[in-house]
Design a binder for this molecule. Sequence first.
Ligand code: CA
Length: 231
Amino acid sequence: MAAKRILIVEDEKPIRDMIAFGLRRAGYQVSEAEDCREARAQIVDLRPDLMLVDWMLPDMSGLELTRSLKRVKDTREIPVIMLTAKAEEQDKVGALEGGADDYVTKPFSPRELQARIQAVLRRAIPVGSADVVEVNGLRLDDSSHRVSSGDQEISLGPTEYRLLHFFMTHPERVFSRGQLLDRVWGGNSYVEERTVDVHIRRLRKALEPYSLESLVQTVRGSGYRFSTRET
Ligand code: CA
């Protein structure tokens, strides 16, 4: 198996060197950027499998960089782990709402970082590999834009379709309304969070005749999750 490529975006050289050293030793192919501008160039050249992004960067915050990557189709699926010196709960939520897949608070041990990287890589879906996804008999074919259960086609509106596609390719994870807005609606700030609830209701209603509506689960106080496990 080819070595996974990791891009480190961190302006403090000693920290960057320390992380790079540990990751290279663990068998990753590592590249480094000290600001967002350089990171963007590296993303094009390297096509990283995962990015580590520091929160405080000289030209733009790591959070803004992450947000902008998650808005673009080509870079949306690159998992991002934010490195943050901020330990406050609010900042963690901010990182996740901004589209980061996880965050690590400084100072962290190389071992902790590697465990997080492995977990995030495990649940990432390689780009282009999810043309057809099937869960519990619910089948979504992205090349023909068809959703079906057995031989019956399920008719969905465009937003419900995008929502279902996102859920099916990111199963068993809780997403806040803000995250769903970012990932499914492309971070359109004019859309309100309760819009998400409306489309979730429509999606469940469309799945109901096939008894598949329980796949779309409400996680109280957090958001929504697509799961085959009982709540
Ligand atoms: Ca920094």
